[in-house]
Design a protein around this ligand. Sequence first.
Ligand code: COA
Length: 188
Amino acid sequence: MTSPAVPLTAGPLQLADGRRVWFRPIRPDDTRRLREFHRRLSMHTQRLRFFTPMRELSQSMAEGFCNVDFQRRVAIVVTYPGETTIRGVGRYEMDDGGRSAEVAFVLQDDLQGLGIGPALLSLLAMHARVAGAEQFTAVVLPENSAMLGVFQNCEFPATVTHSDGTTYVRLDISAPQEPRPLVAFGAK
Ligand SMILES: CC(C)(COP(=O)(O)OP(=O)(O)OC[C@H]1O[C@@H](n2cnc3c(N)ncnc32)[C@H](O)[C@@H]1OP(=O)(O)O)[C@@H](O)C(=O)NCCC(=O)NCCS
C-alpha cells in the first residue's frame, strides 16, 4: 500500500543580499513555465544540470518534471514573491527501495551563489527523511565546484567518488539536523 504524500507548504527564503525568494511545490500547470525557465538558462548552466547544453526541454520531459507525487518524486520551484515565473528548481526522485533518492538543482544564472541551493537541499532532505529516505545521491560534472561545494559544506556527511570523468556524491541524511538559520520556510 502506498502511504500518503508528505505535505510540503510554500514559504519565503531571505537571501544574504536582503532580497527574498519564494519556495513552493511544483504543479502540473508549471509545464510551460518550466520550459520557459529552461530556455532562459545559459548554455553553461544547462550543461551543468543536464551534462549537455540542451537548448529545449521537451514538452514530455517538462510534463514529467511537473507531475510528481510528493512522496517518491518531489520538486520545489523558486520564484520571486507574488510572481509565477520560475527562477529555480530543486528535486529528488527515490529509487525503488525508497531508501535512497537522487537530487538535482538548477537556478537561473543571476540567482546562483546567493545561498538558494543549500536552502533547497536542506528542505528536500527534511522532506525525504520523513518519507523514509536515508541517503541522497547526485551525479555531478567534476568541474561543477558550486554544486560540489554545496554538498561538501552542508549539514550532512558527504562521500564523494569519481569514475569515468563523472563525480558521484552520497549524503547521509538519516540523522535529524537543526534547520539552517537562513531558511525561514513555512513562515507567512
Ligand atoms: C549548483 C547550484 C544549484 C548551487 O546553488 P547556489 O545557490 O548557487 O549555491 P551557493 O549560493 O551556496 O553557491 C555555491 C558556491 O559556488 C559559488 N557560486 C555559485 N554560483 C556561482 C556563480 N554563478 N558565479 C560565481 N560563484 C558561484 C558560490 O560563491 C559558493 O561558493 P562558496 O561556497 O565558496 O561560498 C547553482 O549554482 C546552480 O544552479 N548551478 C547550475 C546548475 C547546476 O550545476 N546544477 C547541479 C546539477 S546536479
